[in-house]
Every structure is written in C-alpha cells, then in structure tokens.
Design a protein. Sequence first.
Lengths: 155, 735
Amino acid sequence: MAMRIKVNGRRHQIDAPPNTPLLYVLRNDLELSGPKFGCGLGQCGTCTVLIDGKAVRSCQRRIAAIPPNAEIVTLEGLGTRESPHPLQTAFIEEQALQCGYCTSGMIMAAASFLADNDDPTEAQIRQALAGYLCRCGAQGRIVRAIRRAAEKGAA
Amino acid sequence: MKATRSTRRDFLASSGALLLSFSLERPRDAQAAPLPGSLARSRRLDAWIRVGADGSVTVLSGKCEIGQGLATALAQIAADELDVDLERIDMVMADTGRTPNEGYTAGSLSIQQSGTALRQAAAEVRQILVDLAAQRLGAAAADLSITDGRISATTGRSTTYWELIDGVEIEQEATGRATPKPAAERRYVGQSVPRLDLPAKVFGEASFVHDLRLEGMLHARVVRPPSYGARLASVDEAPARALEGVVEVVRNGSFLAAIARREEQALAAATSLRDAARWEGETALPPNADLASWLRRQPAQDGVVDSVGPDPAEVPAAKSLEAEYSKPYLAHAALAPSCAVALERDGELVIWTHSQGVFPLRSSVAQVVGLPEERIRAIHMDGAGCFGHNGADDAACDAAVLARALPGRPVRVLWSREDELRWAPFGAAMSLRLRAGLDGEGRIVHWRHELWSNTHSTRPGRRPSFVAGWHLASPVPSPDAVNIPQPFGGADRNAVPLYDFPSRRVVEHFLPDMPVRVSALRSLGAFANILAIESFMDDLAAAAGIDPIAFRLKHLKDERGRRVIELAAKAAGWTPASVTPRSAESGSAKKGRGFAFSRYKNRGTYLALVIDVEVDASGAVRVEKAVAAVDAGEVINPDGLRNQIEGGIVQAASWTLYEQVTFDRQKITSTDWRRYPILEFPEAPDVEVVLVDQPDKDPLGVGEAAQGPTAAAISNAVFAATGIRRRDLPLNAGA
C-alpha cells in the first residue's frame, strides 16, 4: 500500500505494509542511519525522531498512523557537517559519547525538550532524558553538551 | 624495497605449537631484535603502515574500535612517529583480509599491544624514508626536518614521502633498531585530540554494522528456543513460507530462522515460526534467591592462587574478622542488539561483524560452517559500546550459517532485545569469603580470600563457542571451561591483594558446570574481588579504629599506588571526620563517603576514588559524586582516558546498584529494559577524574580500571552513611 510521508523536508511515497513501524521505513526505505533500533519496545530511546517538533519513538509509531503532512525530522535533517545544529556542535565540543549508538536519540530528545525549555537546569535535563538509555556511561557529558547548546541558543 | 626474510622466524610465528621445541635456540638468533607489543608477532612493516604515492597514509591495526576511542589514540601515535598530520591518516582496523592478527580487542591491552607496535613500526618506516631522502638530497639524515611527510634539508632542497615511496610498499621486517621519539617531541600524543569517528555519529552517517546496506540484502531473524535446554521437536513452516516477502525458512536441527526481503517481513515470519514451533527438553537453572550459597555448594576444582608466609589459620591475631560478598550474573545489555551481515559468493564467505576478535571468529566459524578458514573473511565494523564477549560473535555465526543457505545474497541478522538479554553470555555470578586478623597496632597479620565462580571467558577461538553451533543438527558444543591463569587471572583476577600482608592465601573454587551461559564481561572477576578486598579493608580499618585511607597506606609500599591514593584523597577533600559511621536517623536521607583503590590486574592502571552517596529512608542508594585519581602511565589522549574512566564508574555504579540477571528454573526472565533496569540520567553521578601523566612510563589500558573500585567505594560510602554493611549486589535490590 502506498503512503506519503514527509521526512527532513522532502516528500516520499512509501510502499510498505501499513503496520510497518516508522523506524523501518526511515532506515530501510529511506536509508537514513540516524534513528537506530535498540529494543523495538519503546524503552531505550535510540529510535527517537521529531514529529511536528515532538520527540517520538519511531519503533512504536506505525506508518499508517502518521498524517501525510506531519513533519518528520531525523538526525540527518537536524543539521549537517556544513550547517550543524547547535546540539550537534555541542556534542562534538563536549565529546559527549563513547560508542555513539544512543547519540541520535539523545540529540533528538534534547531538541524537542529545548524547544519547550530553552534554559534548563542540569536537573531538568536529567529528568527530561529519563527513559533514554546510554550503556557507555556518557550521561555527564551529554548533560553538559545540552547545557552548552542551550547557552548557544539551540532552541 | 625487498628485505631478506627469516623463514625460520616466519615458521615459528605461524606455528605456535612448535614454538616450545625451538625456544632454546632463540637466543642464538641475534638478528631477532625484541620488538614491542604485537610487532613481535607480525613483524612486517607493511602489515602496519602503508604510504601511498598519492599522499595517503594507511595505518592498520588488528584491534578494533569498540566505542572507547582506540582508533583515534592509535592514529595519534602513528602520526607522531611518522611526522604526518593526523588528518592524513586512514585507519583500517580488524579485517582478516587486511590487518595484522592481534587476537581479541580485550583486557585493556590495545594500547600496550597495538599502540606500542605501531609506534615502533612507524618509527622504522620514518627512518627508512629519511635514509632514502638523505641519499636523494645529498644531506646527512640528522640534518633533515620533516613536516607532514615533506623532508627538507638545510640547503632548502626537499622531497616527500610520496615521491620517495613511489607506490612501493615497505615490504620488510621491523628490526627494532629505530628509536621512537622522546615524549617532548610528540605533537599529538598527550593531547586531547577529538575522536575521529565522532562527527559521522553525530550527523547520522552510516557508522555501525547495523547501518550496512548492501545491494540485494535480505533480512533474517533467528527463532531461538525458549530456554537453554529446549530442542525443536516440530514446526509447521508453511504459514511462515506463505507470508509476503519470505525468501527462505532455514531449519537445521533446532536452529530456526526466517529470511525475507523486508525487515518487518522477516519479523512477521519469525513470529509465525515461533507460534508454530513445539519445543521439548528441560533446563535446570540455579535458584534465583540465595545464589551465593548455591554457588558454594557446587562441585568445584579447588586451587591456591596465591600463598605467602605462614598459613593464615596459624597466625595469632588480636582481632579477627570474616565477611561474605556476592555478585549476581550481570548482562552486557548492549544498547544495540547484536547484528551481522554475511555474503557467500563463489565458495567464499565474507562476514561484517562487531566481534571483538575477527581472527578467532573466523577460525571458529570455519569449523561450524565447514569452510576452510582461508575462504572466510571477517571484517569488523562498529557496534554499540562493547564490554566483553556479548552476542556479536553469535550473530556473526548466525549470519554465516544463513548466508550459506542463500549463496549470492547478503543476509543481515539482527537479534531482538529479548534474545540479546537472554542468549548473550553473562558475567559470572560470584561468592566470596574473606577472613583477616589484626594485631594490637591495627596491622593486618593474616589474610585469606576465597572465591567461588564459573569461568570468565568462553570466547570462541581455537574452538567454536556459538549459540547457533549448539542448535545445529550436527551440534558444535562449546569447549569445556578453563580459567585464565595468573598473573592475569579470570575468576581470580585481582584476587591477590596489592597490599603487603605477611601471611596470605587466595583460594579459588572454580565451578566447571555452567547452567547459565557466562563469558568475559568488563574486568572479569576483578569486579567482585576488588569489591570484597576493598570493602573488607574498610571493615578492618573500622575495627582498628583507623581512617580507611591511612589504613591502606599503612599496608602499601607501592609508590605509584600511594600516589594515586593521596591524589584522590586530596582532590575529594577527604577528611577522617567525613567518613565516621553515623547511626541511622529514621525518615530522612543520609549521606556518606567511601574510598577504594586498586591496580587493575596488579600490573595495569592504578585507580583510587572517593564516592559520595545518598541513602534514602527506604535504603535506596544514589551515587552523587565520584572523584578518581588515575595513573595509566603515559597518557595518549587525556580526554579519551577521562571519558573511559567516567563511563566505567557510571556503568559500575549501575552494576552495583541495580543490575541482576533474573531467571526461573527454566529460563532467563530479565528480557527487556524494565526487567533488566540500568542506571538512567537522573541517577548518573558527577565524575571528576585527576590524571597522573607519566610520559616516560609505558602506557597502560584504562578500559576496565574503574569497575571494582567503584563497587567497593559505593559499598564503603553506604557503610559510612548508615553504619550498615551491605555485601550482596545489587545494593538497591528490594530498596
């Protein structure tokens, strides 16, 4: 069944079963590598993307449930090497990862959170990222990177 | 350039079995200069460094990036010795078709083995090029200077590596005669160079084996049995085969898998197969409750790991203490489920994998799939942060088996979260009993450390060790468990205290039966051994009425150890008063501070740390802050080192407070992130790391140094806060 979605500003025609999770469409049909599969249960946050500015776990969202005009943004759509988002710059400046598998979800969650709170405290950042897992233990650096991005006006 | 090659050395290098019979002759071989690290095993310079006429510099290492910044550290070392800009270096790591065989990337040994090899190899390549340049420019080698591969004479004439090399590889063995630069002349080593692999990960570029997309690639899901002992009695494949997109159903004994064009189709087919499968066979897992006493009742091979001075039982003491400690099975709980892609074409098999050891993987997969090793190529690609023998090798074997069923088509296997938490090996549960005596002056006069544990490594190597292998119609069982011997130790890693005790015994009860699948998890037995030793030191200090840090210094001669202890104490503002045990105040949170110290493997990195905790009314512990002092010898990348220590402390805090594999008598039950919770952002401590740089000392690995001390320092801080000693992990179980 053909469906239309809009990802990173571009419209796509998708031919996939309607109950296909958005994550598989992004990764396999559109060949985007930002969103990751971590658990398929909505528990870890690695698959997080923005839908109309809100952080959504794309493994839990069936493609048929997404309105054709919804604006889906993945890490690739947030910024590029040439024109990085302040969060991407801040993650590099703080070297805020070890393996990088959680990074996309962290940055997408932070982008959504900073849009609601452009000057958060460290404690607020920690609360906002509860439910986003990092196994390498880079939490301290990630919090610092988000603070740094907020100071640079990421929102 | 062609160099003469010693055929005998090659023979020795390639035939470990015969090494012993030749060993007496080796000293007569004056040409065989001692070479550092893995260069002794792979002596050819072009195995490590390639300089291209196009200005490229390729650095090859048999170690792999497992998420801790190794690629960057190795590039720094090579760039310094070669006198080229870091940006010029292309790192190629862990590919059986291209790189030296450096076994596993494990044991915090990559800098020692690969870093030192690269440093020497690069110094030799540089010297060869400088000597060539000296001839060409008519100048003395000592009068030449090099900037990013351009070699200039004082006369103003110059040439470049790329002109000199003219595409010819440096096909000769290392001689050991070139001398790496003194520390003061290094440009990159010692600097916090940003991670080379990081931008790709921050901009969502394909970085992981999970992101590999090959033309015509199919998606596979393996349907595992519900328990270790279950075998496939029957399955109706027809409903799965009828599903859209399904290309193949593979059944080989109890190994069952679906392969489809699209990922969600493979998942649907796997679900169909799971519904249609009937399994038989019992499993007998240990009791989940009171695992420690169960371990102590199992058949054991007993051994004395360490024996110094008189029998501790015969030594009189003014005061004697005894305590028991335990840790449960711990999961790697990699953030990404294991993944691999394999392709068989013209009788040759290529596997893309996040295994820690592509060479041992290749030899053991060869035995499972029935191909000669030379026809298999295993290529490492990044996976999620790897902390030991997780499911990576198993997924690679899955992919190999499935790719052989569909020649010409790349097959991608991805594990489910449930399978990752159920089938990947676990870190072994351990029980420990310590006993020691004090004299009237608060000095330890005898010490006994007993431990009960399975092995801490069942990695594939000479023999296969794969879940798929167990389940095939012609099963390939894993070999019998062996313990890694001292001085590294497996279950007994760091069981020998670094302190100076006049009478001590370390006894290991090695449990060969493994009802729960176990293997290497970051720091192996050191985590529990250091937890026990360093908690017990606190108990003894309290019994002696001496400050815990003063008590340790009283028993430690090692100068580097004393220095990190003093540094950590100073950085954290340690005062004896800050750790006096306080009686419980009902209804309110209590704060406490604890200390611990170790030298990883008694021969690696020194680490001392102070941890502050808060314990709430329910007894739940939160780590607020950690201050660590670290002596890892020469520091290659200070920020990379800090990152690993920070991560190690946070992860070990998670193990200590929250983590525990659970099971019923049949199966593992901790199969998702709710049932296997790990530490999250609100609980993550602030970590401060103080580095002791020793540019003239050998660089030491740091990946595992923080695990044991973190557990002990938390336990000691809880004791300081509450006056109650909790010795069984996880500390927050039931809180």
